[in-house]
Design a protein around this ligand. Structure first.
Ligand SMILES: Cc1cc2nc3c(=O)[nH]c(=O)nc-3n(C[C@H](O)[C@H](O)[C@H](O)COP(=O)(O)O)c2cc1C
Length: 162
């Protein structure tokens, strides 16, 4: 049984793709987050933007994991950037469960050239343990595979610490 959990929210599939690849490379458990809100179409897009800016959250649906969150050696959290912030869905999850994570790592996906390093710090506010590795991936960018591999290197270095 893997002691790494990959948990993500994805509205249009970019974060899902990244997290599927990362989970496969690390032989990790993979779980998708949902919050029950209709985030489809242009109305959904608007809702996501407003939720991110206003820091609105609604409880995420319960996630089924093979162990309790605090029993994983590392939990990798994947989220799109919304209006320069983490997605409202990831925010809701971290507000409810961030304190249960022993070690965390972050995967952001985004469409613009900005890296949004500040989002890592935003997420740390709800994760007292802080993060061991982090990456910001731009969808469609030629650097995607390179930075994803660099993230895996960081994670493996952490795991090798013993
Ligand atoms: C409401 C909303 C706001 C967004 N704001 C940003 C942004 O500020 N900067 C950025 O680079 N991309 C932004 N994006 C683009 C997404 O972060 C990007 O397409 C991401 O890869 C989508 O991930 P997903 O396919 O897993 O949902 C935004 C997308 C949405 C829906």
């Amino acid at each position: 049984m893997s002691d790494i959990l990959c948990i993500y929210y994805s509205r249009t599939g970019n974060t899902k793709k990244a997290m599927e690849e990362i989970a496969a490379a690390l032989d990790a458990e993979l779980v998708e987050l949902r919050d029950g809100a209709d985030r489809s179409g242009w109305k959904g897009w608007l809702r996501c933007g407003l939720d991110a800016v206003r820091k609105n959250t609604r409880p995420t649906d319960p996630v089924e994991t093979s162990r309790p969150l605090d029993a994983y050696r590392l939990v990798i959290l994947g989220t799109p950037v919304w209006a320069g912030r983490e997605s409202a869905v990831m925010r809701a999850f971290l507000q409810a469960h961030g304190a249960e994570l022993k070690n965390a790592a972050y995967v952001l996906t985004r469409s613009s050239g900005a890296q949004y390093q500040e989002v890592f710090r935003q997420m740390d506010r709800d994760v007292p343990a802080g993060h061991r590795a982090a990456v910001s991936l731009r969808s469609g960018d030629v650097g995607w595979a390179f930075w994803q591999e660099e993230f895996l290197r960081q994670v493996r270095a952490f795991l090798a610490e013993g």
